[in-house]
Design a protein around this ligand. Structure first.
Ligand code: SF4
Length: 401
């Protein structure tokens, strides 16, 4: 089915590789079944024999109406019990793709109704999507045109608290600034943080005209190189408090249910010689800094668009200026995610004594899975709030633009 939608280029080119996928999505996660499909599984006489002992009822009364059940996992393999030995889904094999529930049919797409437009992005937790983001410089080129959508997809409405037009304008402004490739990604993130701080009161007061003026001013200041001087001043003050909070979160959250993500966390901790017994200190931050320069910065020179594409994709997927009542909360989420991934990549580089494009794809999609199915990001955000590090000044010091 084709549908007119706003979508980045890599969404239009996406095709699930199914049984050839390097790490398919039918394991570890508990797949929620939507109400209509669940009813069909329980009442269709042709389907019942295949699914009856492979689906479990949701006993949580608060979510039961929208998610009446889940697919069971095979306890030996932790894979979906409907997957056959060759990795194919038995529902698709026997009844075609229309037999899938909304979660399976939609993943890795995120389909959101934004005003009049449908916006479609992909989750970087899918290895094929992560590969496109990392290897294709133009993956995030946005177009409004027909996009292939699978049958029975899940589409969510975007609840915009106020100032729809101003927020939409800000979203476009942030994407423009983040894609200004003449500057380092850190510098672009630094500038976006300053912009968000500046426009928060304008959004609250729904001052669309002033927002446009401020965006125009920021674009010209970027062209004039105005922010470079501020960044030089900041570099002198740089402290490691936010870096230590991230390392501490990695250490505390190291035992994850998601095996592949846990493997990456273990590598990262080993790369920086972090153990449960040794107190974290400046020497760990120095090692991290060296690893970042030696491995991640080198890789960024070869793939300058890779981390930018991931960040812009998170921005589009979360639609944060559209959804967040408080802009700084949405920005904190994105910055915490970025700094966590940057730390992981640098530390894993130190452990492997290399970091190449394949590593970046593997770590990014595993990070995407781990972050969406663990508390690690929330734990980090709570820590940042508790230590008053959820603000532009603290992020700027950690970015070291
Ligand atoms: S992870 Fe992506 S490519 Fe792999 S099976 Fe799932 S949707 Fe397809």
């Amino acid at each position: 089915m084709q549908h007119d939608a706003l979508a980045p280029r890599y969404v239009r080119n996406f095709s699930c590789t199914g049984s050839k996928c390097p790490d398919n999505c039918c394991h570890t996660w508990q797949v929620a079944i939507d109400a209509e499909t669940y009813r069909g599984y329980r009442t269709n006489p042709a389907v019942i024999p295949l699914v009856e002992d492979k689906i479990a009822e949701n006993r949580d009364l608060t979510t039961k109406d929208t998610i009446p059940g889940y697919f069971k996992m095979d306890p030996k393999t932790n894979r979906c019990s409907l997957q056959d030995t060759s990795g194919l889904c038995q529902l698709v094999k026997n009844f075609g793709p229309n037999a899938l529930c909304q979660t399976c049919t939609t993943y890795p797409r995120s389909i959101q109704q934004l005003g009049e437009d449908l916006l479609i992005t992909l989750s970087d937790s899918c290895p094929v999507a992560a590969k496109s983001l990392i290897t294709q410089p133009d993956a995030l080129e946005l177009d409004f045109a027909p996009v292939a959508i699978p049958p029975n997809p899940y589409a969510s409405g975007v609840d915009v608290p106020n100032a729809f037009n101003a927020r939409y304008q800000l979203l476009q402004g942030l994407i423009t600034l983040l894609r200004h490739r003449e500057q380092s990604l850190e510098m672009r993130l630094f500038i976006c943080g300053l912009l968000i701080q500046k426009v928060q009161p304008l959004i609250e007061a729904n001052q669309e005209d002033k927002l446009e003026e401020t965006l125009g001013l920021f674009y010209s200041l970027v062209e004039e190189g105005y922010f470079e001087e501020q960044a030089i001043e900041l570099n002198k003050k740089s402290d490691g408090s936010l870096g230590l909070v991230i390392l501490n979160t990695l250490r505390r959250e190291h035992q994850q249910q998601h095996t592949a993500f846990n493997e990456e966390l273990t590598r990262a901790l080993k790369g920086l010689n972090i153990t449960a017994k040794i107190p974290l200190g400046t020497e760990h931050l120095n090692q991290l800094d060296k690893a970042r320069k030696k491995y991640l910065t080198n890789l960024e020179k070869k793939q300058p668009h890779a981390l930018e594409n991931l960040v812009v994709n998170w921005l589009l997927g979360s639609l944060f200026p559209m959804k967040s009542e408080n802009l700084m909360d949405g920005w904190t989420n994105l910055m915490a995610r970025y700094l966590l991934l940057r730390t992981l990549l640098s530390a894993i580089g130190a452990e492997q004594k290399k970091l190449d494009t394949q590593d970046l794809i593997r770590i990014s999609y595993r990070f995407g899975r781990g972050v969406s199915h663990s508390k690690i990001l929330n734990t980090l955000i709570v820590e940042l709030i508790g230590r008053n590090l959820n603000n532009t000044a603290a992020f700027s010091l950690a970015l070291n633009p």
